[in-house]
Unconditional design. Structure first.
Length: 587
């Protein structure tokens, strides 16, 4: 065991009486197995009840650390080894590993919870004691302390302990403000913590110090994408590619940015570049599959799915098989759709994509009860396409009321989408619901003629929630005429008021995304309220969602054409249209 045997930093303590060592025969069977590197014996002894933390010239983990038995150390930790067992003079497993310069062991121990301060404190004692007997040994211990400090940040980052990593890199940046790496990793740590403003500041500091460091630009781009500033992230990623054109992950990042901007051709070009540079990686291929699917390039998306499946373990392939099934269905390849759905179900029948693909196959076969059962079992409420197909299944089964309810919840015609698959199927659903729309409009006419304008407005609200784009415009015009004749109807109903007030609170807290969500809920209850439309437009624009902002502002002008700020509202629309032309719209 190097801790006791080798001439070096730690072994020098024997000569000065730092560690009192008994006879070799006094060590435990577990320590002997560790010393020999016999992991099977270690496992056997632990299974038979050996005390993983028994102290005998150190614990088994301390022995493993000082011998650099990495896999044995992992096993001991998994079986409950105390990472911070402390010798009488302050030495720990981490201190022993650092004294011998074992970087991977240091990383393991730190990432699993070894106390850095405790280890360094013990090493300082060791260095002081060693100094009187061996200056070389003391110097080696000091070098080990530096190794802990230099590796701690990355050890924390790699193990997902981002708060600790950020704290380390922040301290290092204060001590050495000229080292760009400290700022780069501080940026990455803050991105992981979703502290995007702090990440951006750190990345900008790194760029000032090292304008030719590609990672500094990646840190800046990641902080911008985290903030939702996708258009601004394009330039630093292009700069990074210029500095290092062979890194596939920068191209993949740039593809993600263009994907978020709805610029699918540019996204595809960058994903393809990433796939060419990293042909064995599956991430760029998956990105290509998803992008081509959204574009309606079904043959290409299916080919990408097949390529991806060739790289995956069957147990990990459910999502791809489910999507492939739906793509084949949309491409008129019903038999392949059924086959892929069956494969997905055989691997994990309760997976959302298994339920989705099998539900769609049942829908196309006319088994509407089965389709409703499968599609309604999907747990992910953000799986919007599944909700659309579920509503179609309900409508075809004759349960129009439930189909209306689902479509209203997912946004109906007010939901802006660039997803070919969604738009196509939402259109099918809207067609199925046209008789229901007409029914609401007829009822509205009857109520209006009967002197119940408020009831008529309620029917217009229900019709708007399920109408297609053309129908929505006509409904908005009819509702606007009703509001002109009855301005008292513009007052907020209680449900809408509740959501708008929640939105105001979130605006004050600078949670604009959350605020927009609350205003969207308010608009479901009161879609013809001019004030809500105006406020939602400004919020959407502040978030860079200019298409959505224009939709709301046009509705505001339709509902309130004589508003005193009509000129200002029209001018805002012109500005937002220009922002869309510049590719700044967030989807």
């Amino acid at each position: 065991m190097k801790l006791f045997r080798h001439i070096g930093a730690l072994a020098a303590f024997l000569a000065i009486g730092f560690i009192t060592v008994g006879t070799a025969s006094g060590i435990t069977a577990l320590q002997k197995a560790v010393n020999k590197g016999d992991i099977k014996k270690v496992q056997e002894l632990l299974d038979k009840g050996a005390d993983v933390n028994e102290w005998n010239f150190g614990t088994a983990l301390i022995w493993a650390a000082s011998e650099n038995r990495l896999e044995i150390a992992k096993l001991l930790i998994d079986r409950g080894a105390d990472l911070n067992s402390l010798g009488k003079n302050g030495w720990t497993a981490l201190g022993c590993a650092a004294g011998e310069g074992y970087g991977d062991m240091i990383d393991l121990l730190i990432s699993r919870g070894a106390d850095i301060d405790q280890a360094i404190a013990g090493m300082k004692i060791m260095a002081e004691r060693a100094g009187s007997a061996s200056a070389k040994a003391a110097a080696k211990i000091v070098q080990g302390m530096g190794l802990i400090q230099s590796r701690a940040g990355m050890a924390f980052y790699s193990s997902g302990q981002y708060e600790k990593a950020a704290s380390i890199f922040r301290s290092k940046a204060r001590v050495n403000p000229q080292d760009p790496e400290n700022f780069i990793w501080l940026a990455f740590s803050n991105v992981a913590l979703k502290k995007y403003d702090e990440a951006k500041a750190a990345a900008e500091s790194a760029i000032m110090l090292a304008p030719d460091n590609p990672n500094a630009y990646v840190g800046l781009a990641d902080s911008l994408t985290g903030k939702g500033d996708f258009a601004k992230a394009v330039e630093p990623l292009k700069k990074c590619i210029g500095l290092n054109p062979k890194n596939p992950w920068t191209y993949n990042r740039l593809g993600n940015v263009f994907y978020s901007l709805g610029n699918y051709p540019e996204a595809v070009a960058n994903y393809q570049a990433a796939a060419e540079l990293a042909p064995d990686e599956s991430v760029p291929i998956r990105s290509l599959m998803n992008t081509w699917a959204r574009m309606g390039e079904l043959d290409k998306a299916i080919a990408a799915a097949d390529r991806l499946l060739g790289k995956m373990e069957p147990k990990d392939s459910v999502e791809v098989l489910g999507l492939r099934s739906f793509l084949c269905r949309e491409n008129g390849r019903a038999d392949e759709a059924a086959s892929s759905a069956e494969k997905a179900g055989s691997i994990e029948p309760g997976h959302d994509w298994s339920l989705f693909s099998s539900g769609v196959v049942a829908l196309d076969r006319g088994s509407y009860d089965e389709a409703v059962k499968q599609l309604s079992s999907i747990r992910d409420n953000d799986f919007t396409l599944a909700r659309v197909l579920a509503a179609i299944a309900y409508a075809k089964r004759g349960d129009v009321t439930e189909a209306e309810r689902i479509f209203a919840l997912i946004g109906g015609p007010t939901l802006s989408s660039t997803n070919f698959l969604f738009v196509k199927n939402a259109g099918i659903l809207a067609d199925l619901l046209k008789p229901a729309v007409q029914g609401h409009l007829e009822k509205a006419n009857s109520l209006e003629a009967g002197g119940d304008p408020r009831g008529a407005l309620g029917e217009y609200t229900l019709a708007l929630q399920i109408a297609d784009q053309a129908g929505s415009k006509a409904i908005m015009s009819r509702a606007a005429a009703l509001l002109t004749a009855h301005p008292e109807l513009a007052a907020l109903p209680e449900e809408a008021r509740k959501y708008s007030l929640r939105g105001e609170v979130l605006v004050k807290e600078k949670n604009l995304e959350g605020a927009l969500g609350e205003y969207t809920s308010a608009l479901r209850a009161a879609p013809f309220c001019p004030t809500l439309r105006y406020d939602a437009a400004l919020l959407a624009a502040e978030l860079g969602k200019f298409s959505q902002a224009i939709m709301h502002m046009n509705a505001y002008l339709e509902l309130s054409p004589a508003a005193p700020n009509a000129r200002e509202a029209k001018d805002l629309i012109y500005k937002w249209e220009f922002m869309i032309e510049r590719g700044a719209d967030k989807k």
